[in-house]
Design a protein around this ligand. Sequence first.
Ligand SMILES: CC(C)(COP(=O)(O)OP(=O)(O)OC[C@H]1O[C@@H](n2cnc3c(N)ncnc32)[C@H](O)[C@@H]1OP(=O)(O)O)[C@@H](O)C(=O)NCCC(=O)NCCS
Length: 166
Amino acid sequence: MQVKSLIQNPKPKCPLANTWAMPTLRPFQMADMDQIMFQVAHMFDQVNPPDFYFLLHKHWPEGFLVLEDGGRILGFVLGNLVSAEKARILIMGVVDGERGKGYGSLILDEFLIRCRTMGKKVLALEVRMSNVKAQKFYLDRGYETTGMQKQFYQDGEDAYLMEREI
Ligand SMILES: CC(C)(COP(=O)(O)OP(=O)(O)OC[C@H]1O[C@@H](n2cnc3c(N)ncnc32)[C@H](O)[C@@H]1OP(=O)(O)O)[C@@H](O)C(=O)NCCC(=O)NCCS
C-alpha cells in the first residue's frame, strides 16, 4: 500500500504525505535558538537578540512554530497577538534548499489553524516591497495587500501590509 502510493506520487507536494521523510512541525524550544538566529540572519540579514525570541515565545508559545527534521530546522514562523481579533506573522521562512517543497504552506496553514482556534478573525503580515516571491506566495494563499508601511525595515525599505480573514 505504501509502496504503491510512493510509485504513484514519487515527489508528493505535501511533505506529510512523504513517508520516507517525516519532518515535525512543533512549538519552538529554547534549544532551537541558535539555529533560528542563524537562519534569520542568513535569510533576512537581520540580527535579533535572543531576548526578542524569548519574550515573544513567553507571550504566546503557540505562535512560534518550528519545522524540524532530525534536529535540523527546515522552517519556522513567529507571530504575535495584535488584538482580540488579529494575529500577526512577524517572521516566517523556509531554509535555502528546502523551498518549493510545500513546507512554507504547511507552516502557514498550521499557524492559521491555531489562530482560528483561538478565535482570531484576521491574520496580518508585512512583506518587503522587493520580495515579489513571498508576495506571490501569500497572494496565492488568500492574502490581500491592504496597505503599505514606509521605511518599515532597518535598511529603509518599505513594506506591503497583507491580511487575510481566517
Ligand atoms: C516564502 C517562503 C516562506 C515559502 O516557503 P516554501 O516552502 O517555498 O513554500 P511552498 O513550497 O509551500 O510554496 C512555494 C510557493 O511559493 C513560491 N515561492 C516563493 N518563494 C520561493 C522560493 N524562494 N523558492 C521556491 N518557491 C518559492 C513558489 O512559486 C510556490 O508557488 P505555488 O503556490 O505555485 O506552489 C520561502 O520561500 C522563504 O522562506 N522565502 C525567504 C524568506 C521570506 O521571504 N519569508 C517571507 C517574508 S514575509
